[in-house]
Design a protein around this ligand. Structure first.
Ligand code: 4NP
Length: 168
């Protein structure tokens, strides 16, 4: 993952998490990543945001079920939903889709080979569960779906943080 290697040396790391609605998975990843960064007193280095490829929920807070499940783990999700925009490809170093459909949509919007290389699926950072090839959409699932998403995202965000901050 060349984009990751290049970031190890950089003063500023700008990460955009992307899902379909920007009300479940990507705002949860955003909140979890912010918490990890805060825990390491590393806020000056990181800029985190999230967005959706779809525009159904623009201006909304995250889904109330996701907010409840996240709050139980200590994350307050207050992101206001927005759609991916063209300038995101310049303004972020890493653009992290939750599933293959989000990835395809991002690649369609991405203007250059250089910006294509910024797109790395979230599941690549997850090593706790080999039986998933994406972060499953919890929107039509019950409580277990939200808990699973949070488990996968906590694991993936911790690994992403370590990959960029720890040199081997
Ligand atoms: P998300 O979940 O992509 O994780 O935010 C969804 C939220 C809303 C919809 C689909 C997925 N929707 O169709 O409204």
């Amino acid at each position: 993952m060349i984009a990751i290697e290049n970031l190890k040396e950089k003063e500023k790391v700008r990460v955009l998490f992307v899902c379909l609605g920007n009300i479940c998975r990507s705002p949860a990843a955003d909140g979890i990543m912010q918490a990890i960064i805060k825990e390491h007193n590393d806020e000056h280095r990181w800029e985190i945001d999230s967005a959706g490829t779809g525009g159904y929920h623009i201006g909304d807070l995250p889904d109330h079920r996701m907010r409840i499940h996240a709050r139980r783990r200590g994350y307050e999700l207050n992101h206001i939903c927005r759609q991916v925009r063209q300038s995101d490809f310049d303004e972020f170093d890493l653009i992290i889709p939750m599933d293959a459909s989000n990835e395809r949509n991002l690649l369609r919007l991405s203007p250059t080979d250089e910006t294509d290389a910024k797109i790395i699926p979230m599941i690549k950072f997850v090593n706790m569960a080999r039986n998933f090839d994406h972060i499953p959409d919890p929107y039509y699932d019950g409580a277990d779906g939200f808990e699973l998403v949070l488990d996968l995202l906590e694991n993936g965000c911790a690994n992403l943080y370590d990959l960029i901050t720890k040199t081997r």
